[in-house]
Design a protein around this ligand. Sequence first.
Ligand SMILES: Cc1cc2nc3c(=O)[nH]c(=O)nc-3n(C[C@H](O)[C@H](O)[C@H](O)COP(=O)(O)O)c2cc1C
Length: 511
Amino acid sequence: MILAPMVDQSEFAWRMLTRSFMSPESSENLLAYTPMLHARMFTETPKFRDHHFQPTRSGLSSPPKAEDPLPDLYLDGHPEIDRPLFVQFCANSPDELLEAARYVEPFCDAVDLNLGCPQGIARKGNYGAFLQEDWDLIYKLINKLHLNLDVPVTAKMRILESKEKTLEYANMILSAGASLITVHGRQREQKGHKTGLADWSVLRYLRANLPPDVVIFANGNILRHDDIFSCLEETGADGVMSAEGNLYDPTIFAKPPPIGHEGQEYWRGRDGKGGYRMDAVFRRYMDILYKHVLEKPPPTRPPLFLPSDPQPDAPPTTANESAQNEGDDQPPAKRQKRDKKSTSPNLLAIQPHLFHLLRPLITKHIDIRDALARSRAGDIPAFEHVLQLVESAVKDGLLDYDSDPAKYEDSSIPDAKEQEANLDKDESSVATVKACKRPWWVCQPYVRPLPKEALENGSLTLSKKDRRMLEEERATEKVRCEQGRKSEREELDERDGMERGEVVRDGMVAG
Ligand SMILES: Cc1cc2nc3c(=O)[nH]c(=O)nc-3n(C[C@H](O)[C@H](O)[C@H](O)COP(=O)(O)O)c2cc1C
């Protein structure tokens, strides 16, 4: 199981949170990647290095030598808590890449080359997926590390326009010395609203045609824990990587507890479906930040609320009420001074992480969304305040569920077998949305609309060329959806209160 590299989002604290849900026996089965680091900036700019990679307290003024002691270990790549770890770079100069890699090699298990980033910034900087046109350079980049580094070199690539070309590409990368390849089953053009589904059949083809000892990690389409095993089975890959699925649900790699052993953190409905409670995950996340990043004890917290707890006579306070009690939904007035210029990657990432983690909850509780939006990087009391609001909202949700569970059960949701039978994954995400949907207090994936659906709901507009092609396609294939009628997918989103105006901005997909 592999936690994907994510710019500004697969930082130390998030990796720790993700790892924390693994059982002690399975924790070593989780490999994590750092966010992509820019090799040239990493070598040329000490501040960039300090702000993005913090393996020691004193920083890295020069690449550590093998014989140097490493006395003041801090966060990234800590041998006791943050391994296995691969550090990922983007680069287009073999010398710069090697120099950058030398800084990190004592703190990681491999150095990975990003060959997947499809963003405009990668086009401008000539890295990521835009190296696909220059196989000779890719070879040199990988080979340079292969010949000169003490840890293995690996690469994360996208699929190309055909499976044969992808195989040739993978072979070239392996021949340069890559110890393993991660294959994202989408092409470079599949980004943003055009992301669509990853093509596992290409991965299967690679598995069948590459030597059996070549290690392949599959990437794409992992929304839930069970998808990991479907992917292993369908592709024959050796490992499965998740990015967005992990952002929305950092427990995705963890095996759910058996029925009857939910404990306080896991919630299961009477239909047997469940997930980790958002207040529980949020608490763990904050506590990791206190312990490792801020290096101070977390506040003492009462046990998480359970509906079986004795109820006070007074009616439960709603999140909105408790926000008003705090004084017009402002964080407590008296609090520690803000760290205005926080540069810690772990503190800068808190707000975006919470927007992902809490998405269904803050779509319903706008006051909490606003409180989160106002919380600045490093302002820990502000995030503690959001946590209190979340705890109160979850408590209300749990009580409401207990008083009327049917309200939360969608009788139109077909059972798993029926879903499989009806699932035309390329055409509609409706069945997937239904299968993934949980009550709003439970961590759950966000199912992106497919490009076709994005077109229908107007969030994707086509270039003239694409429009002409689509019209031709429509003329031959027949239009499936009636014009003017709401798609089923839109209806589902609206039922969740996810009208477009309320949708939280998604993080960029950078690889
Ligand atoms: C917020 C975000 C940041 C990302 N940053 C990187 C990155 O730094 N390096 C990289 O190779 N891929 C990056 N990616 C791409 C993912 O690693 C992954 O290949 C892609 O999201 C497909 O996996 P998924 O379907 O599980 O999301 C990023 C994706 C997201 C959502």
